[in-house]
Design a protein around this ligand. Structure first.
Ligand code: NAD
Length: 491
């Protein structure tokens, strides 16, 4: 494995006004003067030093968002749409630069980073198209005594908190609908991957987003920044993507000012392969659903339930495919398995594999950490996994594919639903009626039938149960940033 030499693109993002805070359309250092380091997980080498914002900087960010709020809400939806469309165009033009930055700070292979840039950019295009379509309703009340007028307004200043695993897509999924709806925002990117958001500010400004509409506070102390913002009654909404544990805390905090909340939280996706599945399609889907971003995706397939008649063939086929995967720095050509985000993630995966092994799982391949530099874990296939293994309950968030078996559809559905999470479920079958039945029976906000990827800017992404509240993308995505006003005009 060779170390990633920071590319020009990374240097550019890291040096963008010395990676300061983006407040009211200006780059400013943290008031404390403090900074924190960003490292490349492929080699542990520091790639940038960014400003470490605190509660006082968060207040400045919110002041800016509040000051810009009325004017931005009154900008015509057509103008907002055109600005967002320019953001899409600029992201497409600068995709290589963004991909290099994502790979350097998050570790994923360059090809996956390019896919993420395309996916993330799509939210700006989609919501540029949604902005002018914010609709209202008009009618007469049933008594005939008045006219009912329903309109939608921006909810007001929003706080957007994002995770490290998709540094561009997660922030795009929030900023684009917020701006389309006419809201101003304070963004707090994950401390492990702040550079992509910093670089995005450059694109937003270039595309004509007015000063103060988007403000970014990078910080190593998210709790302090969140406490400051969420206790301020001028803030009207929080949209969070991250772990269920932190999400719960933020939901509790949001009670104080009765904030609108959107929560995109953890997952524990089941992947069902029925006896009538096309095994080639199921294996291809399994590889993408499991190993995208080395398994560090909320949509990652976490538990594989395979019909007993196919289980051995399925395990053999995925193990053969995994053996051909190239592990290394995401910037190296041909690499499909980059590093995990940090040492903690490697230890977490090893602990889950050891636990499954102790409970009777067979290790078909992988199963041991790779020595450094960098925080690598090999793609691992386990079968004969026992139902009481911890990885059946816990988000693996790594490249461990754990297979167990079933006999009947009822048994498969019950096992798939036996989790506190409900983000996504995947099912492979050639029986169309069964496919439709599963969409109804699986407890998940999203169901992929014969596909290992469901995300799409035009579709409502989100979960049920402890996987969250609200949706990102589709027509539903903009509704998260709008409040409904009803007027009765007496006749
Ligand atoms: P995390 O919850 O640790 O962190 C997410 C964000 O919350 C980061 O910006 C972090 O700085 C911030 N944060 C941490 N502690 C905080 C606190 N006390 N107060 C306020 N903010 C705080 O999650 P992560 O490790 O960055 O991301 C992985 C998790 O995100 C996984 O559980 C994954 O499933 C989930 N995720 C969900 C979706 C989805 O759409 N449902 C998408 C991507 C990731």
């Amino acid at each position: 494995m060779t170390a990633l030499v920071p590319s020009e693109a990374v240097d550019k993002a890291a040096n963008l006004k010395n990676a300061q805070l983006w407040l009211g359309g200006q780059w400013r250092p943290a008031r404390s003067g403090r900074t924190f380091d960003v490292v490349n997980p492929a080699d542990g080498v520091r790639i940038a030093t960014v400003s470490d914002g605190g509660a006082d900087d968060a207040l400045v960010a919110l002041d800016s968002a509040v000051s810009a709020s009325c004017e931005w809400a009154s900008v015509s939806s057509r103008t907002r749409a055109e600005i967002l469309r320019r953001v899409f165009d600029r992201l497409v033009e600068r995709r290589d630069e963004f991909a290099a930055v994502i790979t350097a700070e998050a570790g994923k292979p360059l090809t996956e980073s390019l896919t993420e840039v395309a996916y993330g950019a799509e939210f700006f295009r989609w919501f540029s198209e949604e902005a002018p379509r914010i609709a209202g309703r008009y009618g007469t009340n049933p008594e005939g005594t008045g006219d009912v007028i329903v309109t939608h307004r921006p909810v007001g200043p929003c706080y957007l908190v994002t995770p490290w695993n998709f540094p561009l897509a997660m922030v795009a999924r929030k900023i684009a609908p917020a701006l389309a709806a006419g809201c101003t925002v304070v963004v707090k990117p994950a401390e492990l991957t702040p550079l992509t958001t910093i670089l995005l500010c450059d694109v937003l400004a270039d595309a004509g987003v007015p000063d103060g509409v988007v403000n970014v506070v990078t910080t190593s102390d998210p709790a302090a920044v969140s406490a400051q913002l969420m206790s301020d009654p001028r803030l009207r909404k929080i949209s969070f993507t991250g772990s269920t544990e932190v999400g719960r805390r933020l939901i509790a905090q949001s009670a104080e000012n009765v904030l609108r909340t959107s929560m995109e939280l953890g997952g524990n996706a089941p992947f069902l392969v029925f006896e009538d599945a096309d095994i080639d399609t199921a294996v291809a889907g399994a590889l993408v659903a499991k190993f995208r971003n080395v398994g560090q995706a909320c949509t990652a397939a976490n538990r594989f339930f395979v019909h007993t008649s196919l289980a051995d063939a399925f395990a053999r086929r995925v193990t053969d495919e995994v053996a051909a995967m190239k592990i290394g720095s995401g910037s190296e050509p041909g690499v499909t398995i980059g590093p995990l985000i940090d040492r903690r993630a490697v230890d977490h995966n090893q602990r889950l594999v050891d636990d499954a092994r102790r409970r009777g799982a067979r290790v078909r391949c992988g199963g041991h950490p790779i020595p450094g530099p960098g925080t690598f874990y090999p793609p691992t296939v386990l079968d004969q996994v026992s139902a009481d293994s911890e990885l059946m309950r816990t988000e693996i968030f790594g490249p461990v594919l754990a297979i167990t078996t079933f006999e009947t559809e009822d048994e498969a559905v019950a096992a798939a639903n036996a989790t506190e999470y409900g983000l996504v479920a995947y099912a492979y079958t050639r029986d169309l009626a069964r496919g439709h039945r599963l969409v109804d029976r699986l407890e998940a906000g999203m169901v992929g039938v014969n596909t290992g990827v469901v995300s799409n800017a035009a579709a409502p992404f989100g979960g049920i149960k402890n996987s969250g509240l609200g949706r990102e993308g589709g027509a539903e995505g903009i509704a998260e940033y709008l409040s409904t006003t009803y007027a009765l005009v007496a006749r």
